[in-house]
Design a protein around this ligand. Structure first.
Ligand SMILES: C[S@@+](CC[C@H](N)C(=O)[O-])C[C@H]1O[C@@H](n2cnc3c(N)ncnc32)[C@H](O)[C@@H]1O
Length: 504
């Protein structure tokens, strides 16, 4: 302990509370005009607390709302980066910060006014995970607290000063002391719900890598780099792009000094896309050589990142591509995503469980189908900072049912010899191996698993450290720097006859 505090007597701020047990605030809320007139609070903090409130109160998505709020506030590039760090960091670490705040305030987080709690979380993040000077973090957050709940300023000041007197390492120890069991400890100190820790442990143990759990949980709390896909076969000239470097694994992936500018200047031929997503799309398009005239379908296409890769690949190989998406606005996003590829792609709006092959223009079935299934997204927690707090175990049951139905529909829509790529951005074993095993049982001997590992390793520029059985590939943030994509290639046998694995 530093600052003269001890675990038994940290000098918590509980005494600073008002008498009713809740810091209720009647003052102006973040986003109100009085706040906008402030000269005492940095614009990045104002944007961050505004987004935190919208995420909490309106179920907003930080990754969608933040860019709008940054633009509206006219933030400089540096302030935009600071606002992003504050917002994402606070949301990811919210579970840990709440435990710290509870210890510092000596009361449960639920007993603190939610708007004040947002301010305290933002302050805890600055004090425990950034280089922001303590006085700046405390003073500006106290000013913010005063605005959301004037009577809470003293309380906020006391809590934040208490937090600042103890180092992050010591707070981790204190938070861990209040837990029982290893998963609960990891959940608390790495800021994950415990059921997600258990699910990730199970997924890693499934491939004999349970000892990587802590590394994975920490990787979930780091910002992913902005990665690019250079759509293949379109003659994109990357020589003038500042800081352009090919990715380690994906043959079409790259990073750049200013990736957003590089994508915006490319006419849709360079796109922001995780390396794992690229490998998933290419695993299907490059599993076996493309025959001219093949029919391809992207069954759950929105917002179209993988459709764009498939479109470029289809163009190069002489294949025809259709896309399907159930949500109309997301189907529109698919149309925008493929605008840079000069290929005529039919984008249908419909339920992937109810396909009409005649309407889709493929009465004899498709030669390749990508089923990038709706999932819990537990493999992309880095990217969607609030997602871990919104998901629940019940979502898994609902999604696995849908995934199984989509799998059956996709498999039925394959032409004999056709290949299905079943992909999720979740490593939850119920959504990956569970759905796959049940679907293979239903399909019977007509379904044949391909050596997906061989295909993905064949695509990669450098050796991939893949574990588990070769029929499936699981990528990981901590091991590969990608989202935790799961990929399984399954072929429909020709007339039920046995065929050697295409990828072998
Ligand atoms: C994981 S996302 C696909 C991401 C996309 N492949 C990409 O790379 O941009 C799953 C998509 O499936 C869509 N979806 C959900 N249920 C569906 C259904 N029954 N039929 C078709 N699409 C569905 C969702 O709206 C969502 O856009």
């Amino acid at each position: 302990m530093n600052g003269g505090t001890t675990s038994g007597g940290r000098g918590n701020a509980g005494g600073a509370r008002g008498g009713n047990g809740k810091e209720n605030g009647n003052g102006s809320r973040p986003g109100s005009s009085s706040r906008a007139a402030s000269t005492h609070i940095s614009p990045a903090r104002l944007v961050a607390v505004d987004v935190l409130e919208a995420v909490r109160a309106d179920e907003a998505y930080a990754n969608l709302l933040l860019p709008t709020r940054i633009r509206r506030a006219g933030l400089s590039r540096a302030d935009a980066a600071f606002a992003t760090e504050l917002t994402y960091g606070t949301l990811r670490m919210q579970g840990f910060y709440d435990r710290v705040i509870e210890l510092a305030a000596n009361r449960p987080a639920e007993a603190i006014d939610p708007a004040v709690l947002d301010v305290l979380r933002l302050g805890a993040h600055q004090l425990l995970a950034t280089r922001v000077a303590t006085h700046a973090a405390v003073n500006e957050q106290v000013e913010l607290a005063r605005r959301v709940a004037p009577k809470a300023a003293g309380f906020a000041n006391a809590v934040l000063r208490t937090i600042s007197r103890t180092s992050p390492e010591e707070w981790r120890e204190l938070v861990a002391e209040g837990t029982s069991g290893e998963d609960a400890r990891l959940a608390a100190v790495t800021s994950h719900p415990e059921w997600i820790v258990r699910a990730l442990r199970t997924a890693l143990e499934h491939e004999g890598r349970g000892d990587e759990l802590e590394a994975l949980l920490h990787a979930d709390n780091a910002s992913p780099r902005v990665n690019l896909a250079v759509l293949p076969g379109l003659g994109v000239d990357t020589t003038g792009i500042d800081g352009f470097e090919p990715d380690r694994f994906s043959p079409i992936g790259a990073v750049a000094g200013d990736p957003i500018a590089a994508a915006e200047a490319s006419g849709g031929r360079i796109r922001v896309q995780d390396e794992g997503s690229q490998l998933a799309a290419l695993a299907l398009s490059r599993a076996v050589p493309v025959r001219s005239g093949e029919r391809w379908l992207d069954l759950c296409a929105g917002p179209g990142g993988k459709t764009a890769v498939l479109a470029a690949e289809a163009l190069a190989g002489g294949a025809r591509l259709s896309a399907n998406e159930t949500v109309p606005v997301r189907a529109e996003l698919v149309r925008s995503a493929i605008a840079g590829v000069p290929l005529d792609v039919d984008v249908h709006v419909g339920d992937g469980r109810d396909l009409d092959l005649d309407v889709l223009g493929a009465p004899d079935g498709f030669d390749r189908i990508l089923l990038d299934a709706p999932c819990t997204g537990l493999g992309a927690l880095r990217r969607r900072p609030e997602a871990r707090w919104r998901k629940a175990p019940a979502d898994v049951a609902e999604l696995t049912k849908l995934q199984g139905e989509l799998f059956d529909s996709a498999f039925a829509a394959l032409a004999p010899g056709g290949i299905l790529a079943y992909v999720t951005c979740s490593p939850h074993t119920a959504e990956t191996h569970g759905v796959l095993a049940a679907a293979l049982r239903r399909a019977g001997s007509i379904a044949e698993q391909l050596d997906t590992r061989l295909v993905v390793e064949g695509l990669s520029q450098h050796p991939l450290d893949l574990a588990g059985a070769p029929e499936t590939v699981q990528l990981w943030p901590h091991r590969h720097g990608t989202d935790a994509m799961f990929i399984a290639l399954v072929r429909k046998r020709q007339g039920g006859a046995s065929a050697a694995g295409a990828a072998r």
